[in-house]
Design a protein. Structure first.
Lengths: 266, 266, 160
């Protein structure tokens, strides 16, 4: 099995602050891989590096055999046509209807006649169970429905690689389950490969094939969902069972309490 | 101590100046980028027509009504002053020249900046804040070509039309007050106006002015929207900056253009 | 909004703009008088042009036939060189005379052309030789007094 995404010895930072340090990561073709970690640990940054929206400082990011570091804008755009991405809150185009949102890429990138676009769009909407809302505007839908429409839009051109940025954020438990199942089903039905960035442990462990744990810019653990559940690493244990204190301290690093309150030992 | 304070003051002036120059430069670069990526707008002109609707047609009411009132006030004030010299018939000349040369292009552009410019900034800023621009980039569609350029050209095309409508409406307003209400001779009103207003030097120059103002307002509006920090305060701040910077730019450019036009650059 | 409604509104907007352009050009401006049609340039040197400015009218028999294109000082002859753009519809004989006149008592100054009888016509770049500069009030009064004094002297001489 070949790898669709390969990241080796990747360093990335904003200014002098390194956000990602020595990341090594592979995503085999056809698999669904999750990148988990706390908010602000660099997961989304990692996803943007795979999508080519950010450039690695050192190391390499390879997607479908192309090194992203030495690609120009046109080559990058050509590669992105084979990619689909679901943004954190859907990022639907608010000035277009649901139908036009899903049809957007087909109209921009292909010269298909409108009747074919119509059929394809309705099929994509049907796959997420929302053929009935095609004429609504994004503002008229609930968050869960908007996320499903965004999913239909991300898969509109049958991408080889689908990137998900926090697909479960801000959803009720039912929508959460629906989205989780859709992600798995779409991945298998399209023969695509998916990378999922999330902090929702329980839902993602149900659907993914492999998990990477990122903490403070480094990969601290990896494995299949079963291996992760059985992990004895304190950090992973704390993360999965949502304990308040542990290796990830409750207190943000600071001066000692007595210093802050001006209490001096005499 | 006093030296220290003076130095700090001077440094502040320097810092502010540099920031303004930097902003003007960045806007100019952005304008260049927009023009470079304008092919899509002209290949798919329906995108621009849509923006002409939002920028031009929706500014129509405010432009027409303001034009009428400004013309009426000019008629009243002009008549009041001119009758002291026994030349009430020249009120047509006064109304027409003030409108065609100055008030038409300038006031229409100021109204356009606050009505359409702020809307463009807010819309692009919100699209950025909700990751719609990022989503577009991930779909291999350049947001400058697809979102910015049509809005820019829609505004640039609307601006001279609005300025001419403002002037025409103002002259009708002046006519209503001077001829219909006060009773200045109808023939003298128009014939003196025609003898004094030159097509090339007054009307065409007015249109050139409004075109330049349109380019300035639209460049500022799209730039501020595109560079707005992706937060609520960021977008509201950018909207305010659009109105303030555009108004200043319009008045400063008007001075430069008027100076050139009076001296004659051809 | 439906595509067709949107197009309709934009169409109305563009047409309105076009009509206002026509109104500005023909009703407000001088486009109907052929203001932007082609012109040819003739030159005239005046010893004094008074308050004549660029874009002042050039009239013949009271009709507007052109405009002053430029006014400059001629450093060779020490007088004023005036270039006039005359509408190509109108042709004037070579011996036409030009004078700087004033409309009304305090009105603006313009150039009046009086056609001569020559067969040849003025062409682009030609010079009008017969000129009459602006009347300067002080000189006029001075001349009047001088003449009066001379006339008075002559009359007395005859009577003696």
């Amino acid at each position: 099995m070949t790898n669709l995404v390969e990241i080796s010895n990747l360093n990335f930072g904003y200014g002098s602050r390194l956000v990602l340090k020595g990341i090594n990561l592979t995503v085999p073709k056809g698999s669904l891989v999750a990148i988990m970690g706390l908010s602000g640990c660099g997961k989304t940054t990692l996803l943007r590096l795979i999508g080519g929206q950010l450039q690695a400082r050192d190391g390499s990011v390879t997607v479908a055999g192309h090194h992203l570091n030495d690609m120009n804008q046109d080559e990058l755009y050509a590669l992105r046509r084979r990619l689909g991405m679901l943004f954190q809150f859907g990022a639907l185009f608010t000035d277009l209807s649901v139908y036009d949102n899903v049809a957007f890429q087909m109209r921009e990138h292909t010269r298909l006649p409108e009747s074919v676009i119509r059929d394809l769009t309705l099929m994509k909407l049907n796959a997420v169970g929302l053929r009935g809302v095609q004429s609504l505007m994004p503002s008229e839908m609930s968050g869960g429905m908007a996320r499903r429409v965004a999913l239909a839009r991300a898969t509109a051109l049958d991408p080889e690689l689908i990137l998900y940025d926090e697909p479960f954020a801000g959803l009720d438990p039912i929508s959460l389950g629906v989205i989780g199942q859709l992600i798995r089903r779409l991945n298998d039905a399209l023969g695509a490969t998916s990378v999922l960035v999330t902090h929702d442990v329980q839902e993602s462990l149900k659907i993914v094939d492999y998990v990477y744990f990122v903490s403070e810019g480094v990969i601290v653990a990896q494995g299949t969902p079963d291996q992760i559940r059985a992990s004895t690493l304190p950090f992973v244990h704390q993360f999965i069972w949502g304990e308040a204190d542990g290796p990830m301290p409750f207190h943000y690093p600071s001066r000692t309490m007595s210093d802050d309150l001006g209490l001096k030992e005499v | 101590m006093a030296l220290e304070a003076t130095l700090r003051g001077i440094r502040l002036v320097g810092d502010k100046t540099l920031r303004i120059v930097e902003r003007v430069g960045a806007t100019a670069v952005f304008l260049g980028l927009t023009v470079m990526h304008s092919a899509t707008s002209f290949r798919r002109f329906d995108l621009v027509i849509r923006e002409i609707f939002y920028a031009g047609v929706q500014s129509l009411i405010i432009i027409l009504v303001s034009g009428l009132f400004v013309g009426m006030v000019l008629g009243l004030q002009g008549h009041e002053t001119l009758q002291n010299y026994g030349s009430e018939q020249s009120v047509g000349v006064l109304v027409a020249l003030s409108l065609v040369r100055e008030l038409g292009p300038v006031v229409a552009a100021l109204l356009f900046a606050s009505r359409a410019g702020s809307a463009i900034t807010a819309e692009i800023g919100l699209m950025k804040a909700t990751e719609q621009l990022s989503a577009m980039e991930m779909m291999a569609i350049n947001p400058i070509a697809r979102v910015v350029a049509p809005r820019f050209w829609g505004g640039v095309i609307s601006m001279p039309l609005l300025a001419m409508l403002f002037s025409a409406m103002g002259i009708i307003g002046g006519y209503l007050v001077a001829v219909v209400l006060i009773g200045v001779d109808d023939g003298a009103f128009w014939s003196q106006m025609q003898a004094a207003v030159d097509f090339r030097h007054d009307i065409v120059n007015g249109i050139i002015k409004s075109l330049v103002f349109g380019i300035a307002v639209c460049a500022i509006a799209t730039f501020e929207g595109f560079e707005a920090p992706p937060t609520a305060e960021g977008v509201s701040g950018a909207t305010t900056r659009t109105v303030v910077s555009s108004s200043l730019a319009i008045l400063a450019l008007d001075l430069v253009l008027t100076a050139f036009m009076l001296k004659g650059w051809n | 909004m439906a595509r067709s409604t949107l197009n309709l509104w934009v169409g109305i907007f563009v047409l309105l703009g076009f009509f206002s352009f026509l109104m500005l050009g023909f009703k407000v401006g001088n486009l109907s008088a052929g203001g932007s049609s082609s012109t040819y340039t003739v030159i005239a040197h005046f010893d004094n042009i008074g308050q004549l400015k660029e874009r002042a009218p050039v009239r013949s028999a009271g009709v507007l036939v052109g405009r002053v294109k430029s006014v400059s000082f001629d450093p060779v002859h020490y007088n004023a060189e005036v270039q006039m753009a005359i509408d190509s519809k109108y042709h004037f004989p070579k011996d036409t005379s030009a004078s700087v006149l004033t409309s009304g008592i305090l009105g603006e100054q313009y150039i009046g052309l009086d056609a001569g009888g020559d067969d040849k016509m003025l062409k682009d770049g030609d010079e009008i030789k017969l000129v009459q500069g602006a009347v300067v009030l002080e000189r006029l009064i001075g001349q009047f007094l001088f003449n009066k004094a001379q006339d008075g002297g002559a009359d007395k001489g005859v009577q003696k």
